[in-house]
Design a binder for this molecule. Structure first.
Ligand code: 8X3
Length: 253
């Protein structure tokens, strides 16, 4: 069997990095994408002992950069079997009236428009081959709006809608699968970014219970991509056992 190739956005941290590490150890070839060249190169060096790796440095917010980067994928990596639309962040967590419009724009640009740009660039080849699997990393925030979540939730509701829309519109291509994994609280750099480096506030999010780890989600993504061709994990919500909803978390205080 020929090895599969996966392109992972936001591969330099969190769920993206854990997925890249797990895929590498399972002999999946990697196109690692991110903004931070140094981090990408470090990860490439780490994973090259297991599999073939190439990197693409681009800012997902910039449509031109996305297109240039994806059209520069080396020939021997150009058949992308698996696209992991993972890049995404939260910026700020304030009430609607207090939140910053710059933060809103960043979230919509990265979480929604970036995902669309990358998918649009990868899709023609998948359609050409009538083969491929797209996994959109959504969030419980795309299933339930919570206080101060406003536009972050909106961006993840958009991912939920886009996941469904892709599945519907790509349904005629029998070899293409589209699905979403929607994690709840995962202990990554997510909250550091959301709270702009306020480590104390970020740490508190994951205190008093056992949050998910990036590797937990990576394992689920790997499960999804190793199902037989007739099985599609269409939409999966994953929470820590202590979490019942976005606002109900059984914390030991
Ligand atoms: C991350 C989960 O609850 O912080 O997408 O919105 S949450």
């Amino acid at each position: 069997m020929t090895k599969k190739t996966a392109l992972i956005t936001g591969s330099t941290s969190g769920i993206g990095r854990a997925t890249a590490q797990l895929f590498a150890k399972n002999d999946i070839r990697l196109v690692l994408c991110g903004r931070r060249k140094e981090r990408l190169e470090l990860l490439k060096n780490e994973l090259s002992t297991y599999t073939e790796v190439t990197t693409l440095t681009f800012d997902i917010r910039n449509r031109e950069e996305v297109n240039v980067a994806i059209s520069s994928i080396p020939e021997d990596f150009s058949r992308i079997d698996i696209l992991i639309n993972n890049a995404g962040n939260a910026h700020g967590m304030e009430t609607f009236d207090q939140a910053r419009i710059d933060d809103w724009e960043a979230m919509l640009d990265i979480n929604v428009k970036g995902l669309l740009y990358v998918t649009k660039a990868i899709l023609p080849e998948m359609i050409n081959n009538n083969s491929g699997q797209i996994i959109n990393i959504g969030s419980t925030a795309g299933k339930e709006v919570y206080p101060k979540g406003n536009v972050y939730c909106a961006s993840k509701y958009a991912v939920d809608a886009i996941n469904k829309a892709m599945r519907i519109d790509l349904n005629p291509y029998s070899g293409i699968r589209v699905g979403a994994i929607n994690p709840g609280l995962v202990e990554t750099e997510f909250s550091d970014v959301r709270f702009k480096g306020d480590r104390e506030r970020a740490k508190k999010v994951y205190q008093g219970f056992s949050p998910l780890q990036a590797t937990d989600i990576a394992e689920i993504i790997h499960f999804a991509i190793t199902r037989p061709a007739h099985v599609n994990i269409a939409d999966l919500v994953v929470m820590p056992t202590a979490q019942a909803s976005s606002t109900i978390i059984n914390k030991i205080t």
